[in-house]
Design a binder for this molecule. Structure first.
Ligand code: SF4
Ligand code: SF4
Length: 169
């Protein structure tokens, strides 16, 4: 018999107490401007980056209908909150799948819904500002797109698809 023993997993995983912003600023390494330019990217933010991003969101939501359906249909039931290994490992609430989606949802609501345009605070709509852009960069790259959360969502919302769309934008 092997000398190594394998620890038996508990029936239920321990849910860590929240550590707000514990993973803020932990985005992937950024390539140099020269390398980015060689790959066909501008290398740094263009002056009207917000408008460019909003135009790209408009294109994304008409191209991938599922993304718009996912953004419109979350009922905030909370089932997915403890299903992401990134949340379980970091305790950062923005790594909960529903919170990760909300980074996209809040900008989508602000620019593409009546309530978000006129009553943003009532519906959690937010501007696409520098802080939001940083959160998009950091937290959408902290999703491995494994789709574990989608298996548990009672209405089949796939956070991986939202992450993929956000990274493309
Ligand atoms: S499980 Fe689905 S519906 Fe419930 S909060 Fe998560 S994404 Fe929204
Ligand atoms: S798809 Fe992303 S958010 Fe969902 S469990 Fe996997 S890493 Fe977490």
């Amino acid at each position: 018999m092997s000398k190594n023993s394998i620890e038996k997993l508990p029936t239920y995983l321990a849910i860590p107490p929240l550590k707000k912003d514990s993973m803020a600023g932990n985005g992937p390494f950024k390539a140099s401007i020269e390398i980015q330019k060689d790959l066909g990217f501008p290398g740094e933010k263009v002056d009207n980056w917000q408008q460019v991003a909003i135009n790209k969101i408009a294109e994304t939501k008409s191209k991938y209908r599922s993304v718009q359906v996912f953004l419109d249909s979350c009922m905030k039931c909370g089932v997915c909150t403890d299903k992401c290994h990134y949340y379980l490992g970091t305790a950062d609430p923005k790594n909960m799948p529903v919170a990760r989606q909300d980074l996209f949802r809040s900008v989508y609501r602000r620019h593409f819904t009546f309530a978000g345009k006129y009553f943003p605070k009532l519906v959690g709509a937010k501007d696409f500002d520098e802080d939001m852009l940083d959160d998009w960069y950091n937290y959408f790259h902290q999703c491995s797109q494994c789709r574990r959360c989608a298996v548990f969502c009672p209405i089949g919302i796939d956070t991986a698809e939202i992450s993929m769309a956000a990274r493309e934008i």
